[in-house]
Design a protein around this ligand. Structure first.
Ligand SMILES: [Mg+2]
Length: 166
């Protein structure tokens, strides 16, 4: 059995993280959202802090941010640890499958301290495409994910896959 886990809003409190990040950046949540929509969402690309800092103007506070990213365990949902420990006992493989900008997501995942639970960490721009490589009729595969529309889409593509909405 292989269990795939989504990261944001499944194991990691993205909202709380964004709120702390905006504080670090010295901008309000409204400004963050405006920037996010304008530079990323409306352009169909995942959020990248590096690009965001460029839009905000040059080398702004990157040093301080390195420190911020070093320990992000405060944003891991407390229940995540037990869920991961139990899953580790039951599954042959645990795989983290996260959508996003490679550099940004990897930083977050590393900072969360959750890497040790996983056999593999995949940061992708298309979860379905990544799942395709692992999908097999013979193996039990579970995907734990918070997003309903995404779950629907994946369920349609891979009918044998079990999806748990969290
Ligand atoms: Mg998610």
């Amino acid at each position: 059995m292989i269990i795939f886990f989504d990261f944001d809003d499944t194991l990691f409190d993205r909202e709380k993280f964004i709120s702390a990040l905006t504080k670090e950046l010295g901008i309000s949540q409204e400004e963050f959202l405006k920037d996010y929509n304008r530079h990323f969402k409306d352009r169909g690309r995942p959020y990248s802090l590096k690009k965001h800092l460029e839009f905000l103007g040059g080398s702004r506070r990157e040093r301080g941010l390195d420190h911020f990213f070093r320990d992000l365990s405060a944003f891991v949902y407390p229940e995540s640890y037990q869920l991961l420990q139990e899953s580790r006992r039951q599954a042959d493989k645990l795989i983290l499958l996260s959508y996003g900008d490679e550099e940004m997501q990897s930083k977050k995942i590393r900072g969360s301290g959750l890497t040790e639970y996983f056999d593999k960490i995949i940061v992708t721009s298309d979860k379905a495409e990544s799942l395709k490589e692992w999908y097999s009729e013979k193996e039990r595969i579970i995907f734990i994910n918070d997003k309903s529309e995404e779950n629907e889409r994946i369920k349609n593509l891979f009918p044998g896959l079990e999806i748990i909405k969290i």
